[in-house]
Write a new protein. Structure first.
Length: 684
């Protein structure tokens, strides 16, 4: 009688062949405690069997060759499966015979690759990795299947086998160790590795643990395969963006709260939040939200709320878990990586931003990746990002869609980036205002407001007003004297403009007082009584703020024939008008009153909506850096994010106030949030 696990021609001591004794060997003898003599004898016998099996295969007799494949392929839970010790010996001996494992032995290689090796002891793991190294070194044809097997080992495993002796983290580390070794031996295998990563991207319906394992391990590969950094980050961000888009589509019909999600629990737990599985623990939350909908809606089948909420919460967990991991990776790079690596990472992010994010109207979270990265080195990356957006806006050769979207991004970025210094914000405002002034000045004096023709101008004007609403405190100079004006005369006439508004001529003179660095504009009232100007100390009750120079010609811009207060987002214009008045900056209510009866091409006089489709109005309510809601990952954003502050919350603000409350203003700013376009991407 022979053991089912030992080939018949492999002579061993009779006691070893008895079933009861074989079981005792499996319990008592391990790789670590087997004697050298016994181990050497087993290797000798098994090597003899392998050599014979391969020789007979070449002669056309596949009996022992197939028997070898069967031994390696037996499920470890099967009582007839070889012990860990015997499996180790088979692996060790095969490593000495790889030169014979040519393309004709693909079946045997396939059986080897199916061995569940990463859960075994360290000695077993070392032997297995040696075998893989020898295989790919001897036969390049096996590089792809070996890489595919190792990458598949990076997927989340819900159930670990009973013979497992390590954690999931160790399992992942061992697969990375093997991949790293293959890359060192065969550098060109990086291409195969990238293809395999793409193929192993988890389906969006898989759990947050699956998604997290994919992101975490992909980022780990970047550490030892930097040549793939750009491609892998693109895959990850694209994957995150697609899950985010699907979440947005689910949310369109459901109003839901943000749920507390513990990423670490999701990642470490054996439990899955696959959408196909029931989640009884969420029933209470579902019932609360379900009560918001009428029985009629449910009876009519208008919405399957419980199922919808289950999907939404699952998608939120996935998105949150992935964002946490990418944020952690960026934070780690900021501390551990040299400057050239961080610069390369920033360049990669900008490239991804241009290709995948800039034109994505439904993007609510992926853009926060570059937002966070810029905060890690403001001088190096934040300034560069702003400059990049400004170049996109001001380059007339770029598509209008790119220029308008860049204006939306710069407005939201400057408004929300707490890490921006006042001087940086003032420079940005100055640059945007200067571009608008030049745009108005270089066009024909008889130009008329037209949404389609001047959409970039309106987008930039909206950006200026939006930034003012959030960061007006940073636009007030702390010093009475602007350094750039020290050599100028005490009071200079900056410019006289014959402005035509609604067909009526208004002459304005803007002056700057170098002792206070205040800009004042004296305007001649039009026949209709319009008087739009920077408020004087007398008009503001003696309150004077020293505004930055970039704002000095705002009256000129808002009073131009292009009439931005009519075309820009009504919510932004309304808040700008109120804040401009409350902060004693300028008084624009006369224009707003006049605009109520004014018709402009492409703009409906009642609600500011377009009669036709145009890109400007598609993005009018798109503020990319609106409040970040993902529960776990928002911890990376909270400390660098500028929240809306009502004027009365500022200890330096004037005590005077309008009858309207700051609560109304706050509500208005909150209304200026993302209202995604029904399309995912802007038209090209």
């Amino acid at each position: 009688m022979t053991s089912p696990n030992i080939p018949s021609d492999l002579t061993m001591p009779k006691n070893d062949l008895l079933p009861t004794t074989a079981a005792a060997i499996e319990q008592e003898e391990t790789i670590e405690n087997v004697t050298k003599e016994k181990l050497g004898y087993m290797k000798l016998m098994m090597k003899s069997f392998i050599q014979g099996a391969l020789r007979e295969k070449d002669q056309g007799n596949l009996t022992r060759y197939n028997e070898l494949i069967s031994i390696l392929s037996i499920d470890p839970s099967n009582p007839e499966a070889p012990s860990a010790l015997k499996l180790y010996v088979w692996i060790s001996v095969l490593s000495q015979s790889v030169s014979q494992l040519d393309k004709s032995c693909s079946g045997l290689i396939e059986a080897i690759l199916k061995v569940d090796w990463a859960v075994r002891t360290r000695t077993f793991v070392d032997a297995y990795i040696d075998l893989l190294e020898n295989i790919v070194s001897a036969h390049a044809v096996y590089v792809v299947p070996v890489i595919n097997t190792l990458v598949s080992g990076l997927r989340f495993r819900y159930n670990l086998p009973p013979y497992n002796c390590v954690s999931r983290t160790v399992i992942y580390e061992r697969n990375h160790e093997a991949i790293r070794s293959i890359l060192q031996l065969i550098p060109t295998s990086a291409n195969s590795l990238f293809v395999s990563i793409v193929r192993q991207t988890p389906h969006h319906r898989l759990s947050s643990a699956d998604q997290a394992a994919f992101v975490k391990n992909a980022l780990e590969i970047v550490e030892y395969a930097p040549v793939l950094r750009r491609q892998i980050l693109s895959i990850l961000i694209d994957h995150i963006a697609h899950i985010q888009i699907e979440l947005d589509e689910l949310e369109e019909d459901v109003d839901f709260e943000t749920y507390n999600m513990d990423f670490d629990d999701d990642y470490q737990s054996d439990n899955s939040d696959n959408e196909d599985e029931e989640d009884d623990e969420e029933d209470d939350d579902d019932d609360d939200i379900e009560s918001m909908y009428s029985d009629d809606d449910q009876e009519n089948g208008n919405v399957d709320l419980k199922e919808q909420m289950k999907k939404i919460k699952s998608m939120v967990r996935k998105l949150d878990a992935m964002m946490v991991l990418v944020f952690r990776y960026f934070a780690k790079c900021a501390v551990q990586q040299p400057a050239h690596v961080k610069n390369e990472l920033y360049t990669t992010l900008i490239d991804i931003f241009d290709r995948m994010i800039l034109k994505t109207l439904k993007s609510r979270y992926t853009q926060f990746l570059i937002f966070y990265f810029c905060s890690l080195d403001v001088n190096a990356y934040s300034d560069s990002f702003v400059e990049h957006l400004i170049k996109n806006i001001m380059d007339p050769l770029r598509p209008g869609v790119t220029r308008i979207s860049a204006a939306a991004y710069i407005s939201s970025y400057v408004a929300r980036a707490k890490f921006l210094e006042p001087l940086a914000i003032q420079r940005i405002i100055g640059t945007l205002c200067a571009w608008c002034e030049e745009y108005v000045a270089t066009h024909d004096k008889n130009l008329q407001a037209d949404v389609m023709k001047h959409d970039v101008f309106y987008a930039v004007m909206q950006a200026i007003m939006y930034i003012f609403c959030f960061r007006w405190r940073d636009l007030v100079l702390e010093d009475a004297l602007d350094v750039s004006l020290e050599q100028e005369q005490e009071e200079i006439d900056v410019e006289k403009n014959n402005i035509n508004i609604f067909g009526q001529s208004i002459t304005t003179t803007t002056t700057i007082n170098t002792n206070t660095n205040t800009a004042t504009t004296n305007s001649t009232s039009s026949p209709s009584g319009l008087n739009v100007h920077i408020m004087s100390a007398a008009e503001s009750g003696g309150v004077v703020r020293n505004w930055c120079r970039g704002l000095r010609n705002m009256p000129y811009l808002v009073m131009s024939r292009l009439n931005p207060l009519k075309v820009c987002s009504p919510a932004v214009v309304k808040q700008f008008a109120k804040l401009a008045h409350d902060t004693h900056f300028m008084y624009v209510y006369p224009i707003l009153e006049k605009n109520k009866d004014l018709l402009i091409t492409g703009v409906n006089a009642d609600n500011g909506s377009s009669g036709g489709k145009n890109i400007l109005q598609t993005v009018q309510t798109f503020f990319p850096f609106d409040p970040y809601k993902l529960e776990s990952s928002k911890n990376f954003i909270n400390n660098i994010y500028f929240e809306w502050i009502a004027e009365d919350d500022d200890e330096d603000s004037d005590e005077e106030s309008e009858d309207e409350s700051d609560g109304e203003m706050s509500a208005g700013l909150m209304a200026m949030s993302i209202s995604p376009s029904p399309i995912h991407y802007m038209p090209q």
